[in-house]
Design a protein around this ligand. Sequence first.
Ligand SMILES: *Cc1c(COP(=O)(O)O)cnc(C)c1O
Length: 853
Amino acid sequence: MKRTSNPLKPLLVSQPTDKLFEQPPLGVDADTLALDVRRYFALFLGRYKHSRGRSTHYPYQATVLAIRDRLNERLNNTRHAYEVAGAKHAYYLSLEFLMGRTLNNALLNLGLGEETEQALRTLGFDLDELIDTEADAGLGNGGLGRLAACFLDSCATLQLPVMGYGIRYEYGMFRQHIENGQQVEEPDHWLRNGNPWELEKPEHTRRIQYYGRTVHQSGPDGRLRVAWVDSHDVLAVPYDTPIPGYWNNTVNVLRLWKAAATDEFDLDEFNAGSYTESVAAKNAAENITMVLYPNDASENGKELRLRQQYFLASASLQDILARWEDQHGKDFSRFAELNCFQLNDTHPSCAVPELMRLLIDEHDQSWETAWDIVTRTMAYTNHTLLPEALEKWSVRLFGQLLPRLLEIVYEINARFLTEVARRWPGDNARLARMSLIEEGPEPQIRMAYLAIVGSFSVNGVAELHSRLLQQGLFRDFHELWPWKFNNKTNGVTQRRWLASANPLQSQLITETIGDGWITRLDELRKLAPLADDPAFRARWAAVKRANKERLAELVRKDCQVEFNPDAMFDVQVKRIHEYKRQLLNVLHVVHLYIRIKQGEIGTFTPRCVLIGGKAAPGYFMAKRIITFVCKVAEVVNGDPTVRDRLKLAFLPDYRVSAMEIIAPGSDLSEQISTAGKEASGTGNMKFMMNGAVTIGTLDGANIEIREEVGDENFFLFGLTAREVEDARNGYNPDAIIAADPDLKRVMELIESGHFNQFQPGLFDPIIKAIRSPHDPWLVAADFRSYIDAQDRAAETYRDQDRWTRMSILNTAASGKFSTDRTMEEYNADIWKLPKVAPTPMQQLGGQVSNCCI
Ligand SMILES: *Cc1c(COP(=O)(O)O)cnc(C)c1O
C-alpha cells in the first residue's frame, strides 16, 4: 500500500511564543463568567433567549465552554512550566478511564463553584440542574478504570507531570435496564450530544499499521533493517481533555485516541470498479475505537480487542517519540532519564515490543540501546490473580495482525530464556514455565510475562495482593528479579468521593477541623476525638440521615422500592461476579426473610438491602445472579407480613454518578469477596470515607482498612486466603448445609421454588453452584461466619450512638486511602518525577484571580 505523509501535517503551527502567556488571565468573578456564558449561549451556539425553557442542553454547553477556557488557559500555562523545567514525565497507559461527570469536579478544583452558581443564577439557570444533565463518561468497566481517573486527579493536584493516554470509545460501558428480572444492555452513545470538554488535535494524528509482512535487508551501513510493508493502515486522531489539580493552577491532559480511515483507496478494489465498497470499507478502520469491551476480570481473546490494544500503545508511543524528537532531535541518550510508562494491567503491554520497534526500525537504535531504554522506562501494574483474566494472545493471530511485533517478541523471549538458562542451568521445566510463549496445540503469548520481562517495576494494588503475586502467579519471576516487585495500595480521590459527592459531610468536617483534608486526607484523624462528643455525633447522624433520604429517592425513582431511612442501609454495589459473592448477600436476605416469617423477631434491626452492578453480557452466572436478586426482592417486598423490617432492591445501571449518591447514603458496606480473589477493591474505600462501616473478609485492601480503623470498628468474617486454599481439598458444601439449620432452611426455601413460582428450574444453576464441591468461591463455607457478623452489625446498629461513633471513626481513619498517597508512592518508588508548579495565573499580568494560590 502506498504510504503518504499525513495531509494534516502542514497545519502544524509553530510553537506558541511566550507572548501567549503575557495576556492577562480571564476573569473568574461571577460577572465575567456570566458574560462569557451568555456570549457562548447567544453567539457561539447561536441560541435565542426562548431556547432557555426548552432544555438544559445549551445552557450546559455554554457553561462548560466558559469553564473550559479557564482550564485551557491553565493547561497551556502548565505545559509551559513543564517545558521550561525540562521535567521528566510519566505516561499512564490505560484502555479504560472511567471519568464519570466532569463539570462539578472541574468547578471544585478550579475553586469556581460559587462564582459559577451565581453567574448562572443571574442568567436564570440552575447550576445543579446543569450538573445533572451531563452524561457520565463511562469509558471503563469498574475499579481499574475508575482508579485511572482518580490517579489523574491526584497527579494534577500533586503537580506531577503525568499525562493519561487512552481510547476515545464512541460507545462506553453499556447502559443496564432490568426487564422481568433480566439484564438488558443498551448502547451508551455518550457523545450523541457532543462532548464540550474535549478538543480535537488533528495536527497530532498518528498512523498505525496492521497486517502486511516484514522485509529484512541490509542497510547502507551493513546493519540489518526491517521494513513492515503492505500493511493496512489506520489513523489515530487525538482528543484532549483537561485534568485540573485542586486550587493550584495545574492542569494536566488526558489524551484519547479515535480511529479514522486513511484517505487512500485500495487500488485493486478501485480498479475492479468497487469504488463504493472501497469507501465503505473505511468503516472497518473506524470500528477500532467504536466500543469498550464490557468484560471485567475476564479476557475474551477477540481480534478487535488486540487491535484496540496495539492502537493505544502505538499511537501513544509515537506521540511521545515525536515530541521527544521535536525537543531533542535524534539523540535518545537521555530518553530513559526523562520518560516513564505505567501500564494499567497487561492491556497496553504491546507497548513493550512496540517501543522496541519504533526505536530500532524508525529511530535507528540498536537492539541493545532500545532494550536498555524499554527496561528503564516501562512499569507494569497487575490488577488480578484470577487465571481467567490473564491475557494471552494466540501466536497465530498476533503474528497475522502485528507481524513485526511477533518477531520482536520472539527475540525478547530468546534473549530472556538465555538469561534464565544461565541462572538455572538444565532446569527445562522452569524454561517452559517462564517462556513468554505457552506451548500447546495453539501456542499463546503470555502478556503478563511480556510485561514483567520488559519492565523495571511490577506492582500489585494492595499488600495481600502483592504478596500473593510474589508467592504464586509470578513466583519464578520474583526469584529471578526480586527488586522489580513492589506494592502500591490503591486509593480514591477525596475531591470527587467526599468533597464533591458528599457536600453536607464535607461542610461539617471543614467546620470542625478545617479544609486541609481536601489535599491531606490524613487530617481526618482529627475527627477521631469527636466521636465521643454527643453534640458532634448528633450533627454527623443528621448529615447521614439527609444523605440516606437522597439515596432513598434514587431507589424510589429507579427501583420503585420504598426505603425507610430509619432502617440500616446495607449496600453492595460493584460489578456482578461470582468471586464478589453477591450470592452470599442474598442468602443472608433470605435468612432474614425466613426469620421474619417464622416470627423470630424479638430483636430485629430493620434493613434496606441495596445491590447494584453490571454483568458482562456473556457471563451467564452473573446474569442469573441479577435475576435471583430481583426475584427475591419481589417476594420480600411484596410480602405484607415483612413490612418495613426488610427491603431488597436491585439498582439498575450502577455507574460513577450513581455511586456519588450511594456511598454517602450507606450505613453498611458489603466487601465480601472470597479471600485472595479481590486484588484491592476501591468501592470499599469510597464507603469508608463517607462514614459507612464495612462488613468484609480479609481480602484486598479490606485488610488495610481494618488495620487503620481497628478491629472493633469493622465487621470481620470468613476464611483467610490461606484457609481458602486449604479448604479446596475435601470441600463438602452438602455437609455444611446439612449441619447448619439456618443455611439448611435457606437452601430448602430456594430449592422449593418459592422465588421462581412460574419459572421452574430458574435458579438450579445457582443452587448447583453453591452445592458443588468444586465451588471456587466457597459460598457455603463462609455462610455461618457471615450471618454471625451480620448479627453483630445489626445489634450494633440498634445502639445508634455506638453506630455513629463507628461511622465517624471510619471516616477519621480513611486518610491512607487517598490516591494522593498512592501517587506519592508511585512517584517516590517508580516514576521519580519533580513537582512543577506553574506560574500562578495572577502573576501572568493584569487582573487578580481570586481562585488560586
Ligand atoms: C469504585 C467503583 C467501582 C469499583 O468498585 P469495587 O467495589 O472496588 O469493585 C466500580 N464501578 C464504579 C462505577 C465505581 O465507582
